[in-house]
Design a binder for this molecule. Structure first.
Ligand code: FEO
Ligand code: CA
Ligand code: CA
Length: 642
Protein backbone atom coordinates (compact mmCIF):
# COMPACT_ATOMS: atom_id res chain seq x y z
CA UNK A 1 0.00 0.00 0.00
CA UNK A 2 1.49 3.28 -1.03
CA UNK A 3 1.45 5.80 1.75
CA UNK A 4 3.20 8.89 0.57
CA UNK A 5 1.26 11.05 2.97
CA UNK A 6 1.76 9.25 6.25
CA UNK A 7 1.25 11.27 9.37
CA UNK A 8 4.28 11.71 11.58
CA UNK A 9 5.27 14.74 13.50
CA UNK A 10 7.11 13.78 16.67
CA UNK A 11 10.44 15.51 17.04
CA UNK A 12 13.40 13.50 18.19
CA UNK A 13 17.03 14.05 18.85
CA UNK A 14 18.54 10.84 17.63
CA UNK A 15 22.08 10.82 16.55
CA UNK A 16 24.89 9.39 18.58
CA UNK A 17 28.47 9.43 17.56
CA UNK A 18 30.28 6.23 18.22
CA UNK A 19 33.39 4.65 16.95
CA UNK A 20 33.01 4.85 13.21
CA UNK A 21 36.43 3.61 12.27
CA UNK A 22 37.54 0.12 11.45
CA UNK A 23 34.53 -0.84 9.34
CA UNK A 24 35.66 -3.15 6.58
CA UNK A 25 33.79 -3.58 3.35
CA UNK A 26 32.46 -6.86 4.73
CA UNK A 27 32.26 -8.66 1.48
CA UNK A 28 30.64 -5.80 -0.41
CA UNK A 29 33.06 -6.53 -3.22
CA UNK A 30 33.78 -9.90 -4.70
CA UNK A 31 37.33 -10.41 -5.88
CA UNK A 32 37.72 -9.28 -9.44
CA UNK A 33 34.16 -7.97 -9.85
CA UNK A 34 34.51 -4.97 -12.12
CA UNK A 35 31.60 -2.87 -10.97
CA UNK A 36 32.21 -3.87 -7.36
CA UNK A 37 35.75 -2.57 -7.60
CA UNK A 38 34.37 0.70 -8.86
CA UNK A 39 32.22 1.06 -5.77
CA UNK A 40 35.12 0.13 -3.51
CA UNK A 41 36.94 3.12 -4.90
CA UNK A 42 34.02 5.39 -4.29
CA UNK A 43 32.12 4.80 -7.46
CA UNK A 44 33.79 7.62 -9.30
CA UNK A 45 36.34 5.76 -11.35
CA UNK A 46 33.94 3.87 -13.54
CA UNK A 47 31.32 5.60 -15.63
CA UNK A 48 27.68 4.58 -15.55
CA UNK A 49 27.89 3.57 -19.20
CA UNK A 50 30.58 1.02 -18.34
CA UNK A 51 28.39 -0.21 -15.49
CA UNK A 52 25.57 -0.58 -17.97
CA UNK A 53 27.81 -2.51 -20.32
CA UNK A 54 28.61 -4.95 -17.55
CA UNK A 55 24.86 -5.48 -17.04
CA UNK A 56 24.13 -6.32 -20.64
CA UNK A 57 27.25 -8.45 -21.04
CA UNK A 58 25.75 -11.01 -18.66
CA UNK A 59 29.11 -11.62 -17.00
CA UNK A 60 27.81 -11.98 -13.46
CA UNK A 61 27.91 -15.56 -12.23
CA UNK A 62 25.02 -15.07 -9.81
CA UNK A 63 22.67 -13.17 -12.13
CA UNK A 64 22.04 -15.33 -15.18
CA UNK A 65 19.76 -12.99 -17.15
CA UNK A 66 20.12 -9.61 -18.79
CA UNK A 67 18.43 -6.53 -17.36
CA UNK A 68 15.16 -5.86 -19.20
CA UNK A 69 13.92 -2.39 -20.24
CA UNK A 70 11.40 -0.44 -18.19
CA UNK A 71 7.83 -0.69 -19.49
CA UNK A 72 4.43 0.98 -19.19
CA UNK A 73 2.27 -1.81 -20.67
CA UNK A 74 -0.66 -3.42 -18.86
CA UNK A 75 1.17 -6.74 -18.69
CA UNK A 76 4.09 -8.57 -17.13
CA UNK A 77 7.51 -8.18 -18.76
CA UNK A 78 10.23 -10.77 -18.12
CA UNK A 79 13.64 -11.68 -19.57
CA UNK A 80 13.66 -13.99 -22.62
CA UNK A 81 13.06 -17.61 -21.61
CA UNK A 82 10.78 -16.77 -18.68
CA UNK A 83 6.99 -16.95 -18.52
CA UNK A 84 4.29 -16.09 -16.01
CA UNK A 85 0.88 -17.48 -15.14
CA UNK A 86 -1.80 -16.63 -12.59
CA UNK A 87 -1.83 -18.78 -9.44
CA UNK A 88 -4.86 -17.10 -7.87
CA UNK A 89 -6.72 -13.81 -8.13
CA UNK A 90 -8.91 -11.72 -5.85
CA UNK A 91 -12.39 -13.26 -5.53
CA UNK A 92 -11.45 -16.80 -6.60
CA UNK A 93 -13.54 -19.27 -4.56
CA UNK A 94 -11.45 -21.34 -2.14
CA UNK A 95 -13.97 -24.08 -1.49
CA UNK A 96 -15.71 -26.56 -3.77
CA UNK A 97 -19.12 -24.90 -3.68
CA UNK A 98 -18.13 -21.33 -2.83
CA UNK A 99 -19.63 -18.53 -4.94
CA UNK A 100 -17.73 -17.56 -8.09
CA UNK A 101 -16.11 -14.14 -8.41
CA UNK A 102 -18.73 -11.56 -9.28
CA UNK A 103 -17.21 -8.79 -11.36
CA UNK A 104 -20.32 -6.64 -10.92
CA UNK A 105 -19.33 -5.75 -7.35
CA UNK A 106 -22.68 -7.02 -6.08
CA UNK A 107 -21.16 -10.10 -4.41
CA UNK A 108 -21.96 -10.42 -0.69
CA UNK A 109 -19.73 -10.23 2.36
CA UNK A 110 -20.48 -13.89 3.00
CA UNK A 111 -19.25 -14.77 -0.48
CA UNK A 112 -16.07 -12.75 0.01
CA UNK A 113 -15.37 -14.71 3.22
CA UNK A 114 -15.20 -17.85 1.07
CA UNK A 115 -13.04 -16.31 -1.66
CA UNK A 116 -9.42 -15.26 -2.03
CA UNK A 117 -8.97 -11.85 -0.42
CA UNK A 118 -8.06 -8.62 -2.18
CA UNK A 119 -4.69 -6.89 -2.64
CA UNK A 120 -2.43 -9.85 -1.90
CA UNK A 121 0.85 -8.90 -0.22
CA UNK A 122 3.45 -10.89 1.77
CA UNK A 123 3.30 -14.69 1.49
CA UNK A 124 5.13 -17.83 2.59
CA UNK A 125 5.18 -21.37 1.22
CA UNK A 126 5.12 -24.37 3.54
CA UNK A 127 6.04 -27.87 2.40
CA UNK A 128 4.31 -30.73 4.13
CA UNK A 129 6.36 -32.38 6.87
CA UNK A 130 8.46 -35.15 5.35
CA UNK A 131 8.42 -33.82 1.79
CA UNK A 132 11.83 -33.22 0.26
CA UNK A 133 12.47 -29.81 -1.21
CA UNK A 134 13.34 -31.00 -4.70
CA UNK A 135 10.47 -33.39 -5.15
CA UNK A 136 7.62 -31.72 -3.23
CA UNK A 137 4.49 -31.88 -5.36
CA UNK A 138 2.19 -30.06 -2.95
CA UNK A 139 2.50 -27.28 -0.43
CA UNK A 140 0.47 -24.73 1.49
CA UNK A 141 0.75 -21.00 0.96
CA UNK A 142 -0.31 -18.36 3.44
CA UNK A 143 -0.92 -15.08 1.63
CA UNK A 144 -1.74 -11.69 3.13
CA UNK A 145 -4.66 -9.63 1.80
CA UNK A 146 -3.68 -6.16 2.79
CA UNK A 147 -6.62 -3.91 1.97
CA UNK A 148 -9.26 -3.39 -0.69
CA UNK A 149 -10.06 -0.93 -3.41
CA UNK A 150 -13.67 0.25 -3.10
CA UNK A 151 -13.61 1.33 -6.72
CA UNK A 152 -13.73 -2.35 -7.64
CA UNK A 153 -15.09 -4.05 -4.49
CA UNK A 154 -18.53 -2.43 -4.67
CA UNK A 155 -20.92 -1.87 -7.54
CA UNK A 156 -21.32 1.73 -6.31
CA UNK A 157 -17.52 2.15 -6.31
CA UNK A 158 -17.56 4.39 -3.24
CA UNK A 159 -16.70 4.04 0.42
CA UNK A 160 -18.92 1.63 2.42
CA UNK A 161 -22.57 2.70 2.55
CA UNK A 162 -23.88 0.05 4.98
CA UNK A 163 -22.93 -2.54 7.58
CA UNK A 164 -22.99 -5.16 4.80
CA UNK A 165 -20.47 -3.12 2.81
CA UNK A 166 -18.17 -2.82 5.84
CA UNK A 167 -18.50 -6.54 6.46
CA UNK A 168 -17.53 -7.22 2.85
CA UNK A 169 -14.51 -4.94 3.10
CA UNK A 170 -13.41 -6.67 6.31
CA UNK A 171 -13.88 -10.04 4.59
CA UNK A 172 -11.60 -8.97 1.75
CA UNK A 173 -8.66 -8.36 4.12
CA UNK A 174 -6.62 -10.63 6.38
CA UNK A 175 -4.97 -13.84 5.22
CA UNK A 176 -5.80 -16.60 2.73
CA UNK A 177 -4.34 -20.06 3.28
CA UNK A 178 -4.38 -22.20 0.13
CA UNK A 179 -3.03 -25.53 -1.04
CA UNK A 180 -0.95 -25.55 -4.22
CA UNK A 181 0.26 -28.49 -6.28
CA UNK A 182 2.93 -29.08 -8.90
CA UNK A 183 2.21 -30.99 -12.12
CA UNK A 184 4.67 -31.09 -14.98
CA UNK A 185 6.68 -28.28 -13.47
CA UNK A 186 3.65 -25.98 -13.11
CA UNK A 187 2.25 -24.92 -9.74
CA UNK A 188 -1.50 -24.39 -9.52
CA UNK A 189 -4.07 -23.59 -6.84
CA UNK A 190 -6.09 -26.52 -5.41
CA UNK A 191 -9.69 -25.36 -5.04
CA UNK A 192 -11.57 -27.33 -2.40
CA UNK A 193 -8.54 -28.44 -0.37
CA UNK A 194 -9.39 -29.01 3.28
CA UNK A 195 -6.53 -26.64 4.18
CA UNK A 196 -8.00 -23.68 2.29
CA UNK A 197 -9.05 -21.05 4.76
CA UNK A 198 -9.84 -17.38 5.14
CA UNK A 199 -8.79 -15.41 8.19
CA UNK A 200 -10.33 -11.95 7.94
CA UNK A 201 -11.48 -8.86 9.78
CA UNK A 202 -13.97 -10.75 11.95
CA UNK A 203 -12.13 -14.03 12.66
CA UNK A 204 -11.70 -14.86 16.39
CA UNK A 205 -8.06 -14.35 17.42
CA UNK A 206 -6.26 -14.63 20.78
CA UNK A 207 -4.00 -11.98 22.29
CA UNK A 208 -1.00 -13.40 24.15
CA UNK A 209 2.26 -12.22 25.67
CA UNK A 210 3.01 -9.50 28.22
CA UNK A 211 0.28 -7.06 27.11
CA UNK A 212 -2.55 -9.62 26.91
CA UNK A 213 -5.21 -8.94 29.53
CA UNK A 214 -4.04 -5.38 30.16
CA UNK A 215 -6.75 -2.81 30.93
CA UNK A 216 -6.06 -0.98 27.68
CA UNK A 217 -6.94 -4.13 25.71
CA UNK A 218 -10.32 -4.72 27.40
CA UNK A 219 -13.56 -3.74 25.67
CA UNK A 220 -17.27 -4.09 26.40
CA UNK A 221 -17.28 -7.18 24.17
CA UNK A 222 -14.13 -8.70 25.69
CA UNK A 223 -13.67 -8.08 29.39
CA UNK A 224 -10.60 -10.34 29.44
CA UNK A 225 -8.49 -8.30 26.99
CA UNK A 226 -7.43 -11.62 25.45
CA UNK A 227 -9.94 -12.30 22.66
CA UNK A 228 -10.18 -10.04 19.66
CA UNK A 229 -12.05 -10.19 16.38
CA UNK A 230 -10.06 -9.92 13.24
CA UNK A 231 -6.83 -9.03 11.60
CA UNK A 232 -6.74 -6.52 8.74
CA UNK A 233 -4.33 -4.31 6.81
CA UNK A 234 -2.02 -7.32 6.70
CA UNK A 235 1.06 -6.10 4.95
CA UNK A 236 4.00 -8.45 4.82
CA UNK A 237 4.96 -11.61 6.59
CA UNK A 238 7.39 -13.92 8.29
CA UNK A 239 7.90 -17.67 8.48
CA UNK A 240 9.04 -19.32 11.69
CA UNK A 241 11.56 -22.18 11.89
CA UNK A 242 8.77 -24.25 13.46
CA UNK A 243 6.43 -24.02 10.47
CA UNK A 244 4.01 -21.24 11.35
CA UNK A 245 3.18 -18.04 9.49
CA UNK A 246 3.46 -14.50 10.80
CA UNK A 247 1.18 -11.83 9.35
CA UNK A 248 1.91 -8.20 10.15
CA UNK A 249 -0.78 -5.59 10.83
CA UNK A 250 0.28 -2.32 9.21
CA UNK A 251 -2.14 0.55 8.53
CA UNK A 252 -4.71 -0.45 11.14
CA UNK A 253 -5.07 3.14 12.26
CA UNK A 254 -6.85 4.01 9.03
CA UNK A 255 -9.72 1.67 9.95
CA UNK A 256 -10.73 3.71 13.01
CA UNK A 257 -12.66 6.94 13.24
CA UNK A 258 -15.01 8.74 15.57
CA UNK A 259 -18.70 9.60 15.46
CA UNK A 260 -17.74 12.63 17.55
CA UNK A 261 -15.96 15.00 15.18
CA UNK A 262 -14.74 17.02 18.17
CA UNK A 263 -13.16 14.03 19.90
CA UNK A 264 -9.62 14.76 21.05
CA UNK A 265 -6.86 12.22 21.41
CA UNK A 266 -3.98 11.84 23.85
CA UNK A 267 -0.38 12.07 22.59
CA UNK A 268 -0.05 8.29 22.35
CA UNK A 269 -3.12 7.95 20.14
CA UNK A 270 -1.91 10.86 18.03
CA UNK A 271 1.50 9.26 17.67
CA UNK A 272 -0.26 6.22 16.21
CA UNK A 273 -2.04 8.51 13.79
CA UNK A 274 -5.71 8.49 14.78
CA UNK A 275 -8.01 11.22 13.58
CA UNK A 276 -11.74 11.56 14.13
CA UNK A 277 -12.42 11.43 10.42
CA UNK A 278 -11.47 7.99 9.17
CA UNK A 279 -9.19 8.69 6.24
CA UNK A 280 -10.64 6.62 3.42
CA UNK A 281 -11.69 3.37 5.01
CA UNK A 282 -14.90 4.55 6.67
CA UNK A 283 -15.82 1.52 8.76
CA UNK A 284 -16.79 3.38 11.95
CA UNK A 285 -20.14 4.84 10.76
CA UNK A 286 -21.46 1.32 10.17
CA UNK A 287 -19.50 -0.80 12.67
CA UNK A 288 -19.31 0.64 16.22
CA UNK A 289 -16.29 -1.54 17.01
CA UNK A 290 -14.27 0.94 14.94
CA UNK A 291 -15.86 4.05 16.45
CA UNK A 292 -13.32 5.54 18.86
CA UNK A 293 -16.06 7.47 20.67
CA UNK A 294 -17.79 4.19 21.55
CA UNK A 295 -14.93 1.69 21.76
CA UNK A 296 -11.67 3.53 22.43
CA UNK A 297 -9.71 0.41 23.41
CA UNK A 298 -10.46 -1.59 20.27
CA UNK A 299 -7.73 0.47 18.64
CA UNK A 300 -5.10 -1.01 21.01
CA UNK A 301 -5.98 -4.55 19.95
CA UNK A 302 -4.54 -4.08 16.47
CA UNK A 303 -1.09 -3.26 15.16
CA UNK A 304 0.45 -6.57 16.19
CA UNK A 305 2.22 -9.54 14.62
CA UNK A 306 -0.16 -12.50 14.34
CA UNK A 307 0.96 -16.16 14.33
CA UNK A 308 -1.01 -18.70 12.27
CA UNK A 309 -0.62 -22.48 11.97
CA UNK A 310 -1.41 -23.11 8.28
CA UNK A 311 -1.57 -26.87 8.77
CA UNK A 312 -4.47 -26.68 11.24
CA UNK A 313 -7.47 -24.97 9.60
CA UNK A 314 -9.30 -25.01 12.94
CA UNK A 315 -6.52 -23.28 14.90
CA UNK A 316 -7.07 -19.84 16.43
CA UNK A 317 -4.46 -17.28 15.31
CA UNK A 318 -2.53 -15.50 18.06
CA UNK A 319 -1.46 -11.85 18.28
CA UNK A 320 2.03 -11.87 19.87
CA UNK A 321 2.24 -8.70 21.96
CA UNK A 322 5.88 -9.26 23.00
CA UNK A 323 6.86 -8.09 19.49
CA UNK A 324 5.44 -4.61 20.09
CA UNK A 325 2.64 -2.60 18.55
CA UNK A 326 3.29 -0.36 15.60
CA UNK A 327 2.62 -0.30 11.85
CA UNK A 328 4.30 -3.59 11.17
CA UNK A 329 5.69 -4.16 7.69
CA UNK A 330 7.16 -7.67 7.89
CA UNK A 331 8.94 -10.01 10.29
CA UNK A 332 12.36 -11.39 9.30
CA UNK A 333 13.41 -14.37 11.36
CA UNK A 334 16.84 -15.75 12.10
CA UNK A 335 18.56 -17.39 15.07
CA UNK A 336 21.28 -16.34 17.48
CA UNK A 337 24.41 -18.44 17.69
CA UNK A 338 23.05 -20.03 20.86
CA UNK A 339 19.76 -20.96 19.19
CA UNK A 340 17.24 -18.29 20.22
CA UNK A 341 14.91 -16.82 17.62
CA UNK A 342 15.37 -13.25 16.42
CA UNK A 343 12.67 -11.21 14.66
CA UNK A 344 13.63 -8.04 12.79
CA UNK A 345 10.75 -5.64 12.16
CA UNK A 346 10.22 -2.27 10.52
CA UNK A 347 7.57 0.34 11.39
CA UNK A 348 6.49 1.84 8.07
CA UNK A 349 5.84 5.47 8.76
CA UNK A 350 7.95 8.53 8.12
CA UNK A 351 10.43 8.92 10.96
CA UNK A 352 9.61 5.63 12.70
CA UNK A 353 11.97 2.88 13.75
CA UNK A 354 13.58 -0.52 13.18
CA UNK A 355 13.11 -3.13 15.93
CA UNK A 356 14.55 -6.50 16.89
CA UNK A 357 13.03 -9.12 19.22
CA UNK A 358 15.16 -11.86 20.79
CA UNK A 359 13.35 -14.77 22.41
CA UNK A 360 14.14 -15.86 25.94
CA UNK A 361 14.12 -19.53 25.04
CA UNK A 362 15.86 -21.55 22.34
CA UNK A 363 14.11 -22.95 19.29
CA UNK A 364 13.33 -26.64 19.58
CA UNK A 365 13.99 -27.97 16.08
CA UNK A 366 13.08 -31.53 16.97
CA UNK A 367 9.61 -30.75 18.24
CA UNK A 368 7.92 -27.86 16.41
CA UNK A 369 4.97 -27.77 18.81
CA UNK A 370 7.34 -27.03 21.70
CA UNK A 371 7.82 -23.56 20.17
CA UNK A 372 4.14 -22.71 20.41
CA UNK A 373 4.70 -19.89 22.92
CA UNK A 374 8.27 -18.96 22.03
CA UNK A 375 7.25 -15.52 20.76
CA UNK A 376 5.56 -14.67 24.07
CA UNK A 377 8.80 -14.40 26.05
CA UNK A 378 11.76 -12.27 25.09
CA UNK A 379 13.21 -8.80 24.78
CA UNK A 380 12.39 -6.03 22.32
CA UNK A 381 15.13 -3.66 21.11
CA UNK A 382 15.19 -0.64 18.81
CA UNK A 383 17.98 0.50 16.48
CA UNK A 384 20.09 3.61 16.82
CA UNK A 385 22.46 4.52 13.97
CA UNK A 386 25.40 6.89 14.01
CA UNK A 387 25.97 9.47 11.30
CA UNK A 388 28.71 7.41 9.70
CA UNK A 389 31.05 8.75 7.09
CA UNK A 390 30.39 11.37 4.48
CA UNK A 391 30.74 9.22 1.36
CA UNK A 392 27.58 10.11 -0.52
CA UNK A 393 27.90 7.15 -2.87
CA UNK A 394 28.26 4.57 -0.16
CA UNK A 395 27.52 5.84 3.37
CA UNK A 396 28.44 3.50 6.21
CA UNK A 397 28.81 3.57 9.96
CA UNK A 398 28.01 1.89 13.25
CA UNK A 399 24.87 1.29 15.25
CA UNK A 400 23.52 -0.30 18.38
CA UNK A 401 20.39 -1.92 19.77
CA UNK A 402 18.69 -0.37 22.80
CA UNK A 403 16.49 -2.45 25.08
CA UNK A 404 12.83 -1.51 25.47
CA UNK A 405 12.19 -2.98 28.89
CA UNK A 406 10.31 -1.29 31.69
CA UNK A 407 12.74 -0.09 34.35
CA UNK A 408 15.67 0.24 31.94
CA UNK A 409 17.06 3.08 29.81
CA UNK A 410 14.70 5.66 31.29
CA UNK A 411 11.55 3.75 30.37
CA UNK A 412 9.61 3.94 33.63
CA UNK A 413 7.00 6.01 35.45
CA UNK A 414 9.08 9.15 34.94
CA UNK A 415 8.62 8.81 31.19
CA UNK A 416 4.99 7.70 31.46
CA UNK A 417 5.18 3.89 31.49
CA UNK A 418 3.61 1.93 34.36
CA UNK A 419 4.63 -1.53 33.20
CA UNK A 420 5.89 -3.60 30.25
CA UNK A 421 2.43 -3.96 28.75
CA UNK A 422 2.30 -0.20 28.27
CA UNK A 423 5.80 -0.25 26.75
CA UNK A 424 4.64 -2.78 24.16
CA UNK A 425 1.26 -1.18 23.40
CA UNK A 426 3.04 2.16 22.95
CA UNK A 427 6.30 0.82 21.54
CA UNK A 428 6.78 3.94 19.42
CA UNK A 429 6.79 6.16 22.50
CA UNK A 430 9.20 3.91 24.38
CA UNK A 431 11.55 3.89 21.40
CA UNK A 432 11.48 7.69 21.37
CA UNK A 433 12.49 7.77 25.05
CA UNK A 434 15.72 5.94 24.19
CA UNK A 435 16.36 8.17 21.18
CA UNK A 436 16.10 5.58 18.45
CA UNK A 437 16.93 6.78 14.93
CA UNK A 438 14.05 8.10 12.87
CA UNK A 439 14.13 6.28 9.55
CA UNK A 440 12.87 6.86 6.01
CA UNK A 441 9.85 4.51 6.31
CA UNK A 442 11.30 1.05 7.04
CA UNK A 443 9.56 -1.54 4.87
CA UNK A 444 10.74 -5.15 4.39
CA UNK A 445 13.70 -6.67 6.20
CA UNK A 446 15.45 -9.89 5.09
CA UNK A 447 18.43 -11.85 6.35
CA UNK A 448 20.97 -13.23 3.88
CA UNK A 449 21.13 -17.03 3.94
CA UNK A 450 24.79 -16.75 2.98
CA UNK A 451 26.35 -14.42 5.53
CA UNK A 452 23.62 -13.29 7.93
CA UNK A 453 23.73 -9.67 6.79
CA UNK A 454 20.39 -7.94 7.24
CA UNK A 455 18.84 -5.79 4.48
CA UNK A 456 16.03 -3.26 4.99
CA UNK A 457 14.25 -1.13 2.42
CA UNK A 458 13.79 2.53 3.40
CA UNK A 459 11.20 3.26 0.79
CA UNK A 460 11.05 7.07 0.68
CA UNK A 461 10.43 10.06 2.92
CA UNK A 462 9.69 13.25 1.07
CA UNK A 463 9.20 15.23 4.28
CA UNK A 464 12.32 14.30 6.25
CA UNK A 465 13.73 17.80 6.21
CA UNK A 466 10.34 19.50 6.38
CA UNK A 467 9.42 17.55 9.52
CA UNK A 468 12.75 18.17 11.21
CA UNK A 469 14.01 14.61 11.20
CA UNK A 470 17.83 14.60 11.27
CA UNK A 471 19.38 14.21 7.83
CA UNK A 472 22.40 11.94 7.61
CA UNK A 473 23.64 8.45 8.31
CA UNK A 474 21.36 5.86 6.71
CA UNK A 475 18.82 8.61 5.90
CA UNK A 476 20.95 11.00 3.86
CA UNK A 477 18.32 13.04 1.98
CA UNK A 478 16.10 15.85 3.27
CA UNK A 479 13.62 15.12 0.47
CA UNK A 480 13.89 11.44 -0.27
CA UNK A 481 11.63 10.54 -3.17
CA UNK A 482 13.57 7.48 -4.38
CA UNK A 483 14.47 5.42 -1.29
CA UNK A 484 17.50 3.31 -0.35
CA UNK A 485 18.37 -0.15 0.89
CA UNK A 486 20.13 -0.29 4.24
CA UNK A 487 22.26 -3.23 5.30
CA UNK A 488 23.91 -4.19 8.56
CA UNK A 489 26.14 -6.90 9.92
CA UNK A 490 25.76 -7.77 13.58
CA UNK A 491 29.03 -7.82 15.56
CA UNK A 492 30.54 -11.28 15.47
CA UNK A 493 27.91 -12.24 12.88
CA UNK A 494 25.65 -13.07 15.82
CA UNK A 495 22.05 -11.80 15.73
CA UNK A 496 22.24 -11.64 19.56
CA UNK A 497 24.75 -8.77 19.34
CA UNK A 498 23.94 -5.33 20.65
CA UNK A 499 26.10 -3.56 18.02
CA UNK A 500 26.41 -3.65 14.26
CA UNK A 501 28.12 -2.06 11.29
CA UNK A 502 25.84 -0.59 8.63
CA UNK A 503 26.12 0.61 5.04
CA UNK A 504 23.74 1.57 2.26
CA UNK A 505 23.63 -1.23 -0.31
CA UNK A 506 22.03 1.08 -2.85
CA UNK A 507 20.79 4.65 -2.92
CA UNK A 508 18.02 4.75 -5.53
CA UNK A 509 17.84 7.71 -7.87
CA UNK A 510 17.34 8.80 -11.43
CA UNK A 511 20.63 9.27 -13.31
CA UNK A 512 18.64 10.32 -16.37
CA UNK A 513 17.30 13.39 -14.56
CA UNK A 514 19.85 14.14 -11.85
CA UNK A 515 23.62 14.15 -12.14
CA UNK A 516 25.61 12.50 -9.37
CA UNK A 517 24.65 11.20 -5.94
CA UNK A 518 22.42 11.15 -4.13
CA UNK A 519 19.54 12.14 -6.46
CA UNK A 520 21.12 10.35 -9.42
CA UNK A 521 21.53 7.25 -7.28
CA UNK A 522 24.61 5.43 -6.05
CA UNK A 523 27.04 4.00 -8.60
CA UNK A 524 25.14 0.71 -8.87
CA UNK A 525 22.16 2.62 -10.29
CA UNK A 526 22.16 3.04 -14.06
CA UNK A 527 19.66 4.16 -16.70
CA UNK A 528 19.13 0.43 -17.34
CA UNK A 529 18.13 -0.60 -13.82
CA UNK A 530 16.77 2.53 -12.13
CA UNK A 531 13.73 2.30 -9.87
CA UNK A 532 12.11 4.15 -7.00
CA UNK A 533 10.61 3.21 -3.65
CA UNK A 534 12.09 -0.22 -2.93
CA UNK A 535 9.65 -2.07 -0.68
CA UNK A 536 9.49 -5.90 -0.81
CA UNK A 537 12.65 -7.94 -0.43
CA UNK A 538 13.43 -11.64 -0.72
CA UNK A 539 16.47 -13.88 -0.74
CA UNK A 540 16.54 -17.08 -2.72
CA UNK A 541 18.62 -20.06 -1.62
CA UNK A 542 21.58 -19.05 -3.77
CA UNK A 543 21.75 -15.64 -2.09
CA UNK A 544 20.25 -13.49 -4.84
CA UNK A 545 18.52 -10.46 -3.37
CA UNK A 546 15.14 -9.74 -5.02
CA UNK A 547 13.85 -6.16 -4.77
CA UNK A 548 10.17 -5.25 -5.33
CA UNK A 549 8.96 -1.71 -5.77
CA UNK A 550 5.93 0.33 -4.68
CA UNK A 551 6.66 3.71 -6.13
CA UNK A 552 5.72 6.44 -8.49
CA UNK A 553 4.88 4.84 -11.83
CA UNK A 554 4.03 7.99 -13.76
CA UNK A 555 7.20 7.53 -15.82
CA UNK A 556 7.54 11.31 -15.90
CA UNK A 557 9.49 14.12 -14.28
CA UNK A 558 11.74 12.85 -11.52
CA UNK A 559 10.55 9.33 -12.37
CA UNK A 560 11.00 9.52 -16.15
CA UNK A 561 12.28 6.29 -17.63
CA UNK A 562 11.41 4.13 -14.63
CA UNK A 563 8.09 2.84 -15.97
CA UNK A 564 5.68 0.69 -13.99
CA UNK A 565 6.53 -0.88 -10.66
CA UNK A 566 8.97 -3.70 -11.00
CA UNK A 567 11.09 -6.45 -9.50
CA UNK A 568 14.86 -6.41 -9.66
CA UNK A 569 17.54 -8.84 -8.63
CA UNK A 570 20.85 -7.97 -6.99
CA UNK A 571 24.15 -9.65 -6.37
CA UNK A 572 24.90 -8.74 -2.74
CA UNK A 573 28.62 -9.25 -3.24
CA UNK A 574 29.21 -7.08 -6.30
CA UNK A 575 26.34 -4.70 -5.70
CA UNK A 576 25.10 -5.18 -9.25
CA UNK A 577 21.33 -4.87 -9.80
CA UNK A 578 19.37 -6.02 -12.86
CA UNK A 579 15.71 -5.44 -13.69
CA UNK A 580 13.95 -8.83 -13.87
CA UNK A 581 10.25 -8.07 -14.14
CA UNK A 582 7.94 -5.13 -14.82
CA UNK A 583 4.34 -5.23 -13.59
CA UNK A 584 1.12 -4.00 -15.23
CA UNK A 585 -0.37 -0.50 -15.10
CA UNK A 586 -0.97 1.03 -11.68
CA UNK A 587 0.22 -1.98 -9.72
CA UNK A 588 2.61 -2.44 -6.86
CA UNK A 589 4.80 -5.53 -6.96
CA UNK A 590 4.76 -7.06 -3.49
CA UNK A 591 4.97 -10.49 -1.89
CA UNK A 592 7.58 -13.05 -2.89
CA UNK A 593 8.13 -16.72 -2.25
CA UNK A 594 9.95 -19.56 -3.99
CA UNK A 595 9.10 -23.16 -4.75
CA UNK A 596 11.34 -25.43 -2.67
CA UNK A 597 13.42 -26.38 -5.73
CA UNK A 598 13.80 -22.70 -6.71
CA UNK A 599 12.28 -23.43 -10.13
CA UNK A 600 9.19 -21.31 -9.57
CA UNK A 601 8.97 -17.81 -8.13
CA UNK A 602 5.66 -16.60 -6.69
CA UNK A 603 5.24 -12.84 -6.84
CA UNK A 604 2.31 -10.60 -6.03
CA UNK A 605 0.72 -8.04 -8.32
CA UNK A 606 -1.21 -5.76 -5.96
CA UNK A 607 -3.79 -3.15 -6.96
CA UNK A 608 -3.33 -3.22 -10.78
CA UNK A 609 -5.25 -0.27 -12.19
CA UNK A 610 -5.39 1.38 -8.77
CA UNK A 611 -6.68 4.49 -10.50
CA UNK A 612 -8.06 2.84 -13.62
CA UNK A 613 -6.34 1.98 -16.89
CA UNK A 614 -5.88 -1.74 -16.29
CA UNK A 615 -7.80 -4.94 -16.92
CA UNK A 616 -4.98 -7.19 -15.68
CA UNK A 617 -4.77 -10.17 -15.70
CA UNK A 618 -7.79 -11.31 -17.73
CA UNK A 619 -7.97 -8.35 -20.10
CA UNK A 620 -11.70 -8.83 -20.61
CA UNK A 621 -13.51 -6.01 -22.44
CA UNK A 622 -14.51 -3.50 -19.73
CA UNK A 623 -13.20 -6.05 -17.23
CA UNK A 624 -12.02 -5.28 -13.73
CA UNK A 625 -8.37 -5.52 -12.76
CA UNK A 626 -7.75 -8.15 -10.08
CA UNK A 627 -4.84 -8.40 -7.69
CA UNK A 628 -3.15 -11.73 -8.35
CA UNK A 629 -0.34 -14.01 -7.28
CA UNK A 630 1.78 -14.88 -10.31
CA UNK A 631 4.00 -17.91 -10.85
CA UNK A 632 7.20 -17.22 -12.77
CA UNK A 633 8.94 -20.19 -14.37
CA UNK A 634 11.61 -20.81 -16.98
CA UNK A 635 10.76 -22.39 -20.30
CA UNK A 636 13.71 -24.75 -19.82
CA UNK A 637 12.58 -25.60 -16.28
CA UNK A 638 15.70 -24.12 -14.69
CA UNK A 639 16.33 -22.26 -11.46
CA UNK A 640 14.89 -18.75 -11.40
CA UNK A 641 17.52 -16.06 -11.79
CA UNK A 642 20.39 -18.47 -12.46
FE1 FEO B 1 2.13 -2.42 3.31
FE2 FEO B 1 4.53 -0.46 4.10
O1 FEO B 1 3.64 -1.48 2.96
CA1 CA C 1 5.26 0.86 0.18
CA1 CA D 1 5.07 -2.65 1.55
Amino acid sequence: MNLLEDNQSTDLETLVRENSTGLTRRGFISAGALCGAAMFLGGNLLSRSVMAASVSAGNNTLLGFDSIPSATADSISLPPGYRSSVLISWGQPLHANAPAFDASGKGTAKAQELQFGDNNDGMSLFTFPGDSADTAKRALMAINNEYTNYRYLFDHGKEPQSAEDVHKAQASEGVSVIEVKREGGQWTFVQGSKYNRRIHGNTPIHLSGPAAGHEWLKTSADKTGRNVLGTFQNCANGKTPWGTYLTCEENFTDCFGSSDPAQTFDPAAKRYGVVAASKEVNWHPHDPRFDLAKNPNEFNRHGWVVEIDPFDPTSTPVKRTALGRFKHENAALTETKDGRVVVYMGDDERGEFIYKFISRDKVNHKNPKANRDLLDHGTLYVAQFDNGDSNADHPKGQGKWIELTHGKNGIDASSGFANQAEVLIHARLAASVVKATRMDRPEWIVVSPKDGQVYCTLTNNVKRGEEGQPVGGPNPRAKNQYGQILRWQETGSDAASMAFAWDLFVVAGNPGVHAGTPQGGSSNITPQNMFNSPDGLGFDKAGRLWILTDGDSTNAGDFAGMGNNQMLCADPQSGEIRRFMVGPVGCEVTGISFAPDQKALFVGIQHPGENGGSTFPEHLPNGKPRSSVMVITREDGGVIGA
